[in-house]
Write a protein that binds this ligand. Structure first.
Ligand code: AMP
Ligand code: ZN
Length: 494
């Protein structure tokens, strides 16, 4: 080993994480010794999540797994937004769920249930660990009203359309976004009577003569809570202010999280942002976006990239997880089918290396090469979750020759607990996802391949080629001489 081990004195390196609030790397110091309390903004369940949304939860999962790996007792909360998120992140437009319900003539509750289930299916498929709690926004409305009531006098004002938060009543509003109060005015639709462009609704009154499917009585009239209010209330109620880490996609750094912070400052009765207690969470962490070559990922324009579509085309969901890990969470990641294919090949190599160790009894690694790799792995993950490096380290361990199988298996397991690729459980057959449009099954493929092998052995190349064409017509790519021994793959049919 030429590289220096992770830490000169042999003690594990401290966990360094990037805090969006200070725009710097900070040593993780738990609010409650030995614990880590994390809140992640969850999906708005008016439609299926796209794979970009799922990147946010792969990130939160890797963060949670790393905190557990570093010895902290993790409490992770992810919310489900089933009310309050408008079609614009600011105060304009309709509630996304009300709109979807109207368009499809369905009940909001049915819509929310359907898309929550679909999101949970993606969570499971991606190997994302279950949080301690999925908090459902509509379960917290009475507590949202209490929260709003407690800050209304000092920080809010009422208009015909609702109760608004006056952002000038807290210090440093918008510091997370690095924007002054009135910046971004062009983006935010003006609401008649608002004192500042950045003021936001924390309670939206139902307009006279209208009824909404979801509405509650409040001191400010019948209506529904604002989206920002729900995250302040659920995170504070379940984790207690201040908690350790608040996560979300980078778009939340601009409006949603500055507004949550402003509410938390008001609620905690603290003015500035300098002390963690004042913003509600000690660290605010944001994952960058998954983008398409054509630009921002969208649920309406172009091909709607859902996890299910990837499976329909023959890509195992964990190949997408590995694709996410190949990039640092703070870097933009561009999606491409070629990139996904390469990630699948990388995953196959790892799975096959692990398969060789099947049945070996795990024993604590003492081999110096393995212990060095494990120390480097710890250092990489402790360096603001450097998964691209961590992946190369698990690959190095997987490729190691002349090493005790039990020790190697234990080292791979220790790293995979953090990366979550399920290497020791899934097998080669699991990764051969059958594309939806495929017209042949595995037994059929194997039968043709066996006939083809015979034809080749008999040097009947015409017959061999004909059988190969038959497979291609059925969507099977035959990979002669494939170094992985992965001799066929059901290709993209559609
Ligand atoms: P939403 O359901 O729109 O509230 O989004 C759920 C999560 O996905 C939020 O944390 C967003 O910030 C995040 N997100 C949205 N689009 C992307 C994307 N293209 N890449 C990564 N994260 C995203
Ligand atoms: Zn949120």
């Amino acid at each position: 080993m030429t590289d220096a081990p992770a830490s000169a004195n042999g003690s594990p390196p401290p966990l360094m994480l990037f805090n969006s609030l200070t725009r710097s790397l900070e040593t993780f110091q738990p609010v409650h010794p030995g614990e880590a309390r994390v809140y992640s903004c969850g999906p708005t369940v008016y439609n299926y999540p796209h794979i970009g949304n799922m990147r946010a939860y792969v990130f939160a999962d890797v963060l949670g797994r790393t905190l557990s790996f570093k010895g902290y007792k993790l409490t992770h909360v992810i919310n489900i937004t089933d009310v309050g998120h408008l079609t614009d992140d600011a105060d304009a437009g309709e509630d996304k769920l009300e709109k979807a319900a109207k368009e499809r003539a369905q009940s909001i509750w049915d819509i929310a249930r359907h898309y929550t289930e679909a999101y949970w299916a993606d969570i499971r498929a991606l190997g994302i660990r279950q949080p301690a709690e999925w908090s459902i926004a509509t379960d917290y409305v009475p507590r949202m009203i209490d929260f709003a009531r407690s800050i209304a006098d000092k920080h809010c004002y009422e208009l015909d359309s609702g109760l608004y938060f006056d952002v000038s009543t807290v210090a440093d509003y918008g510091r997370l976004a690095r924007a002054a109060t009135d910046e971004g005015e062009g983006r935010i639709d003006p609401v008649a009577g608002k004192r500042h462009a950045a003021d936001f609704a924390i309670w939206r009154k139902t307009p006279p003569g209208e009824t909404r499917q979801m509405e509650w009585d409040s001191p400010w009239g019948r209506g529904a809570p604002g989206w920002h209010l729900e995250c302040s209330v659920m995170s504070g109620a379940l984790l207690g202010f201040p908690f350790d880490i608040h996560t979300g996609g980078i778009d939340h750094r601009e409006i949603h999280h500055p507004n949550e912070i402003a509410q938390n400052q008001a609620y905690c009765c603290a003015g500035g942002l300098d002390v963690a207690a004042n913003s509600g969470a000690r660290l605010w962490m944001h994952n960058n976006f998954l983008v398409e070559r054509s630009g921002k990922m969208s649920k309406s324009a172009g091909e709607f990239l859902r996890l299910g579509l990837l499976s329909d085309k023959g890509y195992h969901p964990l190949a997408y997880r590995l694709m996410c890990l190949q990039a640092h969470y703070r870097s933009e990641l561009e999606f491409s089918w070629e990139g996904l294919g390469a990630a699948l090949t990388r995953l196959k190599r790892l799975v096959m290396a692990a398969a060789v160790l099947h049945g070996a009894d795990e024993t604590t690694p003492t081999d110096r090469r393995l212990t060095d790799l494990l120390a480097k792995f710890d250092a990489a993950m402790s360096d603001d979750l450097n998964t691209p490096v961590a992946l190369t380290l698990i690959e190095e361990a997987a490729a190691m020759k002349k090493v005790d199988a039990g020790q190697k298996r234990a080292a791979l397991a220790a790293m995979d607990v953090v990366l979550g690729l399920d290497l020791l459980t899934i097998g080669r057959a699991d990764l051969r996802v059958r594309p939806r449009a495929a017209t042949i099954d595995e037994a059929g493929i194997e039968a043709i391949l066996a006939r083809r092998k015979e034809a080749r052995a008999a040097k009947d190349f015409a017959a061999s080629d004909a059988l190969r064409d038959e497979l291609i017509a059925a969507g099977v790519e035959v990979m002669d001489g494939d170094a992985l021994g992965w001799d066929w793959r059901l290709g993209d049919q559609g």
